[in-house]
Ligand binder design. Structure first.
Ligand code: TYD
Length: 134
């Protein structure tokens, strides 16, 4: 699976650091919605779904977590351990987030508003939809 990971530019000086994210400039998606996951309890797995058309860019702005990406053929785990690492989660990619540190804040920049109808929450349905696309 081809991973799309961006190293966001860190603007740093003696005062500290700053990262800017601009739609279709340093990430390749429109941003209609921003949400963040925090206070995740120990041992929890989040996500566990794919989207029919939504694209997201994920950035772990504090702490760390792992993200499993699965395109139906291959599974890849990405360690989200750096604030400057941005991961594209394209549509039709099953994804699961886990191993959240206590202090983890995972930011999602999403290409569309929240729409439950865009979710595929059943893994077998995900595989069936992928096979129907071929
Ligand atoms: P859920 O989809 O279970 O989160 P995850 O897939 O990351 O584990 O979402 C948790 C709840 O939050 C659920 O009731 C739907 C709601 N929600 C919104 O209202 N807006 C949003 O943008 C998102 C992502 C979730």
């Amino acid at each position: 699976m081809e991973l799309t990971i961006f190293n966001l530019k860190v603007h740093g000086d003696e005062r500290g650091s700053l990262i800017a994210i601009e739609e279709n400039i340093n990430i390749p998606i429109n941003i209609k919605r921003v949400y963040y996951i925090f206070n995740t309890q120990e041992g929890v797995r989040r996500g566990c779904h794919a989207h029919k058309s939504l694209k997201q860019v994920l950035v772990c702005v504090h702490g760390s977590c792992k993200i499993l990406l699965d395109d139906g053929r291959e599974k890849v785990t990405v360690n989200m351990d750096t604030v400057s690492k941005a991961l594209l989660v394209d549509c039709m990619i099953w994804h699961e987030m886990y191993d959240f540190s206590n202090d983890c804040v995972l930011l999602s920049l999403a290409s569309d508003f929240y729409n439950e109808e865009d979710y595929i929450r059943d893994y077998r349905e995900f595989i069936t939809l992928l096979n129907n696309q071929d």
